[in-house]
Structures are given as structure tokens and as C-alpha cells.
Design a protein around this ligand. Structure first.
Ligand code: HSE
Length: 417
């Protein structure tokens, strides 16, 4: 029987500590699911003193060797798999590169690292015949990358939309349920440990952009193209938007969306969107994440679960570790890197869809006239507390923008799916 898979964890923070705990708590189950091979934690790296870690994590650390320097640990060749849970792409990148160079596989929850440096790392992994497991980087504990990359491997996926940031979803859900304001709810999300540091990465949409660029690579068979993601966050969403959308039967969500258009171009975008409360994504609330994908043979597929948090994220990391222990090797983005196309993208001006338009009640007549003059249908409207909201029929984005000018604000409506 093969000897146990040797695992090293770089960074014993929330996620790294969760991985150590899960490996220890479910060791017997993990041994069974790797045909008796098992997984052994052989090394840990953290800036905190070893004694502090032993006190915090106790028996979960087993007989692992301690390194104060994560790069030294990755370089040492002590492990078959290095789990990088440091975050960012400073030291984390060095850890990833040294791990792959040493012949170890890499497991990471680090979406920023892969979105920005995924190409280099994927090529390195192919060169050394190792794997990069990154299930935890998108959707936290949901096995949504496996769904897309493995489960839908026989499909063309021309549309995928996800709620991929638990912090934003928590904020928008809580604003809707309680009427509290944005800053107040953000502070609570931070205290619950959901938010990135700084939270701008969450609320300005960058975290979701990292994630959707990775989903896009797998869905389209193109190299990750993070720089071409259109990104808008949720700071401008007001209580009036949330309440009016609710009255009209919609939830406001921060979505990451990738679509292949009829001309073959790819749109990658992150922005708030109204979606029907009855849609699976519309009912994905709180810290939950969800990914909705449409395969040309299977049709719509939806995965939902906890998008952040220690145990959920550890669950996804450990699934990747088990894949490696079992010898399941899948190319980083679903096909050999050299076979991935270069993404040809298109911008938001050519988006066609429905829009939620909101104005002060006193502007209603003028906005209705302008919409009519531009032949934009109004499907439904509602009034609440001095504001009016309209849901338009499908129209090109450049037309809606020039029609409403600065008399009204707009949020895109996504679907129907
Ligand atoms: N800050 C992220 C979120 C953590 O809120 O979803 C998980 O990637």
C-alpha cells in the first residue's frame, strides 16, 4: 500500500487551522476513502511561535515539523502536498512556486493568487506532473468547481452566474430583512469573520471578480483573464433599491457572470443584479453562495452552500487533498494549459437585458416619457416612500443609459433563466 500522503500547511489561520482540525478529526474516514493510504500532517508553517500553535491546535498538529518561514517549508521538499492558506500573492506566490518546484502538489483557497498568477502556476504544475487543487477558492465549501470542471466536462457551458461573496450576500440579505444600513451590516460581517482585510475587496466586487475569472476559464476553455472582468460593487445600493426590488418580487444580489455571446466573445462581469426571489440564486441568502451554470446537454445546474468560514473552506481543501491521495489528476483549468484559448472579451455597452430603473416619485412622468420615446417597454412598476421603480423589457445597455441620463439610477436585471 502507498505510504500516507504527506501534507504541509502554510499559514495556520482560519482556513489552515480548519484543515489541520478536519484531517485530524476525520482521519479514519479519510484513510478509508483513500483505500487505507491516509493523510499525514508532516509540517506546518506560521509566523507565530510553535508553542502558541500547539496550545491553540493541540493534537491536530500531530508530530508535524514546525517552520517559522512558509517559503522554507515549501522549498524543503518535506511534503507531497503543500496547502497554501496565507492569502494574497506575496509570500503565497513564493510558497506556491517553491512547492511546485519541489515536486509537491499545491492546494489553495487563494482566488487572488490563481486569478492573477494561475497561468504561471498551472504551467509549472504541468512541468512537474503535479496538481493544483483550488476548489476552496470559489464558493468556499461548495464543490462547484468540481461540478463545472468534472461533472459538466462533456458540456459547452455558455452561461454561468454565481453569488460568490458571502460578505456581500450577508450584507444585502441583512439590509433587506432588517432595513439596517450598509456600514452597520458590514461591521457585523467583519466581526463574524466573513470579510477580507480590507473589506473593499469584498464590497467593491474584486473578490467576486477573482472568482468569476476562474469560473470563466473552466467554463469557456480560455486562459484566466482577470483584467478584463467588468467590476462594480455594492456600495451604491441603497435601502430604497432593496425595498423597491422586494416589492417588485426581486432580490438584489452581487453576481459574478460569464457568458459566451452569439458573436463568440466572452463577457465577464461583476455587478449588483435584480433576480426573481423565486430563482434559486434569488433565494440564496445570508453567507450562502451559489453557482448556476447552463450546460448545452445537461441544462441548468445549481450548487449552493456555505461560501466562507473555517470548516466549510477546510472541507473543500481536504476534498482536493483526497483527490491527490487517490491519484485523481485533473488539469488546473480542465485541460492542458497550452490548449486553453486566449479569451476574446466584449464590454457592457453591448449587454442586452432588462433593467430596474429607480427615480424620485416627482420624476416618474418624465422617466416614463423618456422610456416610451426610446421604445423601452415598462413591464411592472411600484412606488414606495417617495421613490418609483420600473422593470423594463429587454433593451441594449447603451440605450437605457442614454435614456435615463441622470434623472434615475439603474440596476441590471438578470434572467429569466
Ligand atoms: N471574503 C470572502 C467572502 C471569503 O466573503 O466570500 C471567502 O472567499
Amino acid at each position: 500500500m502507498a505510504s500516507p500522503l504527506r501534507v504541509a500547511i502554510a499559514g495556520l489561520g482560519t482556513v489552515g487551522g480548519g484543515v489541520a482540525n478536519l484531517l485530524s478529526t476525520n482521519a479514519a474516514l479519510i484513510a478509508s476513502r483513500t483505500s487505507g493510504r491516509g493523510v499525514e500532517l508532516v509540517a506546518i508553517a506560521d509566523q507565530r511561535p510553535h508553542d502558541d500553535l500547539k496550545q491553540e491546535f493541540g493534537p491536530s498538529l500531530g508530530n508535524s515539523q514546525y517552520f517559522a518561514d512558509a517559503v522554507d517549508m515549501a522549498r524543503s521538499g518535506c511534503a507531497d502536498v503543500v496547502v497554501e492558506t496565507i492569502g494574497g500573492y506575496g509570500i503565497a506566490l513564493q510558497v506556491g512556486e517553491e512547492a511546485l518546484r519541489s515536486g509537491a502538489s499545491l492546494v489553495t483557497a487563494n482566488k487572488a493568487l490563481l486569478a492573477v498568477h494561475g497561468e504561471n502556476l498551472a504551467v509549472m504544475a504541468e512541468g512537474t506532473g503535479t496538481s493544483i487543487g483550488w476548489e476552496a477558492a470559489v464558493g468556499g465549501g461548495i464543490p462547484c468547481i468540481k461540478v463545472l470542471r468534472e461533472g459538466l466536462a462533456g458540456n459547452n457551458v455558455r452561461y454561468a452566474a454565481g453569488i460568490l461573496n458571502g460578505t456581500c450576500n450577508f450584507i444585502l440579505t441583512t439590509m433587506k430583512e432588517t432595513g439596517r444600513d450598509f456600514d452597520d451590516v458590514l461591521a457585523e460581517a467583519q466581526s463574524l469573520g466573513y470579510a477580507e482585510t480590507p473589506p473593499d475587496l469584498d464590497v467593491d466586487g474584486i473578490d467576486t471578480a477573482h472568482k468569476i475569472s476562474l469560473v470563466a476559464a473552466v467554463a469557456t476553455g480560455c486562459k484566466p483573464a482577470f483584467d478584463s472582468v467588468h467590476v462594480e460593487g455594492i456600495r451604491a445600493i441603497s435601502g430604497a433599491d432593496v425595498s423597491l426590488a422586494d416589492k417588485l418580487g426581486f432580490s438584489i444580489k452581487l453576481l459574478g457572470i460569464v457568458s459566451t455571446e452569439s458573436d463568440g466573445t466572452v463577457k465577464q462581469r461583476v455587478h449588483p443584479a435584480l433576480i426573481p426571489v423565486t430563482a434559486a440564486l434569488g433565494a440564496t441568502n445570508g453567507v450562502l453562495n451559489g453557482l448556476f451554470s447552463v450546460g448545452d446537454f445537461v441544462g441548468p445546474v445549481f450548487s449552493q452552500g456555505p461560501g466562507a468560514g473555517r470548516d466549510a473552506t477546510a472541507s473543500a481543501c481536504v476534498a482536493d487533498i483526497l483527490d491527490i491521495a487517490r491519484g485523481n489528476h485533473v488539469p488546473t483549468f480542465g485541460m492542458p494549459f497550452g490548449d486553453l484559448d486566449t479569451m476574446v472579451t466584449s464590454g457592457m455597452e453591448s449587454r442586452e437585458g432588462r433593467y430596474f430603473v429607480r427615480c424620485a416619485s416627482g420624476e416618474e412622468g418624465g422617466v416614463r416619457n423618456a422610456l416610451q420615446d426610446s421604445s423601452v417597454e415598462v413591464e411592472i412598476s411600484a412606488e414606495l416612500d417617495g421613490s418609483v421603480g420600473f422593470i423594463t423589457g429587454s433593451v441594449a445597455e447603451n440605450i437605457i443609459m442614454s435614456t435615463i441620463g441622470d434623472r434615475a439610477s439603474m440596476i441590471r436585471v438578470e434572467g429569466p433563466w
